[in-house]
Design a protein around this ligand. Structure first.
Ligand code: NIG
Ligand code: FE
Length: 411
């Protein structure tokens, strides 16, 4: 099926309005439409998607200007039919490490043959990334961004973390900022090999001059730390606390890699310090779940990592049943999960984490958006970050795993 477009206004004019019509199922994530679904007897998870059937919407100046039944759609300068397909909010990939050079396919192959992941391979990517020019990194990043967009992702968070020196971390942050406003300083990804004998000196560098330069240059909105006492390369609770407190005092929002490789302090620390999100949450005890439920810190699940490391999947049902806000993201990185596909993550969340298709889509849009201060919904006045599915409903994202159904709709 080709997407039909019939221009009626001056092409290229940013004020030109575009009517997108013949939308079989529009997922809005908007409470206004959700209440209509609930009165129509939909289950709570489906109602929350705020579905509008046989819908249309108007986009003007990059924002949604009208939403409603196609039969009531107003005139616009141009019109595009999606021929009964589903339109959804573009995926929000709120956890990626997209700025890197090099290849760790050999490490992946060894892991599939039984070698455990411990974070040690990060040093390989750090060496390759430090050795790459800005142009090389920019070309790799641009290609990865295009790959994400082709699969329906319209908003991306990008972390540094493969520089681990003052200049290289700032360089990766600058490159990330060329493609997204959602940039995170991950100088505390691992202790770089040159500091292995003096970890405290590296924590002092991250919390001192590195953080000061990041803040002075306005290079990042968030600070993140890989808190994992089980890994010799990552950071202990005490080190992570110092890094997060320094970031918070400097005005950055907090994100945490926590409880990825085993039970540990990361989740509780994130909740205690008011992090916007704690990511992985693979190994949780009841205190962790209680802390998440009380704090409002979002639990961001990254099931592509468990797929690619053969760790057990996180217990999403336990979190959802406890009322914890849950997000889904790819964690796209060369070590633990080299996929850029949010549809793949949704399929895993449904099949392996036992989330419903509606819960998984909500977590991959509104849920992940919340960690970036966004709403991830299609509503009048919101940015027109839209994705189209070559399918009649959102359920097909998990029902047809591996099939490239989703793509960004505009631009
Ligand atoms: O989120 N856990 C720490 N960082 C990444 C992996 C990075 C790498 O192995 O290169 C993650 O899984
Ligand atoms: Fe990560």
């Amino acid at each position: 099926m080709a997407l039909a477009q019939s221009p009626r206004g001056p092409p290229g004019d940013p004020m030109t309005s575009l009517l997108i019509t013949d939308i079989g199922e529009l997922v809005t994530n908007d409470p206004q439409w959700a209440s209509a679904g609930q009165s129509a007897g939909q289950s709570a998870d489906v109602a929350r998607l705020g579905l509008v059937r046989n819908a249309a919407l108007v986009v003007e100046a990059g924002r949604v200007a009208w939403i409603g039944p196609a039969s009531l759609a107003p005139q616009a300068d141009s019109q595009r039919s999606v021929a009964g397909r589903a339109v959804i909010p573009g995926f929000v990939d709120s956890h990626t490490h997209l700025v890197f050079a090099g290849d760790r396919a050999g490490e992946f192959a060894a892991r599939m043959a039984g070698t455990a992941y411990d974070g040690g391979g990060i040093a390989t990517t750090v060496a390759a990334t430090r050795g790459a020019s800005d142009e090389e990194l920019r070309a790799l990043l641009t290609a990865r961004m295009a790959e994400l967009r082709r699969q329906g992702t319209t908003t991306v968070e990008i972390k540094s973390g493969y520089g681990l020196s003052m200049d290289d971390e700032l360089r990766l942050l600058r490159l990330a900022a060329e493609v997204t406003p959602h940039v995170t300083f991950l100088g505390a990804h691992v202790v770089p090999t040159e500091y292995a004998a003096d970890r405290a000196a590296y924590v002092d560098l991250v919390t001192g001059p590195m953080l000061a330069a990041v803040v002075e240059q306005g290079a990042a909105a968030y600070v993140d730390v890989f808190c994992e006492p089980r890994s010799a390369h990552a950071f202990t609770e005490e080190e992570a606390r110092a890094i997060l407190l320094a970031g918070r005092s400097a005005g950055l929002g907090l994100r945490v890699h926590g409880n990825q490789l085993g039970p540990g302090p990361g989740v509780r620390l994130a909740c205690e310090l008011g992090a916007v999100s704690v990511d992985h949450c693979t190994y949780l005890d009841s205190d962790d779940v209680a802390a998440l439920a009380e704090s409002g810190t979002v639990a961001t699940l990254l099931p592509g990592v468990e797929f690619s490391t053969r760790h057990p999947y996180p217990d999403a049902r336990r979190l959802l049943d406890a009322g914890v806000p849950v997000a889904l993201a790819t964690d796209c990185n060369p070590g633990t999960c080299y996929t850029s596909s949010m549809p793949f993550v949704i399929a895993l969340a449904v099949r392996e984490l036992r989330m419903t298709p509606a819960e998984a889509l909500y977590a991959a849009t509104a849920g992940s958006a919340a960690t970036l201060g966004l709403r991830g919904r299609i509503a009048v006045g919101e940015p027109a970050d839209l994705a189209v599915l070559d399918a009649p409903s959102h359920v097909h994202l998990a029902y047809r795993p591996g099939v490239p159904l989703a793509s960004a709709l505009l631009g």
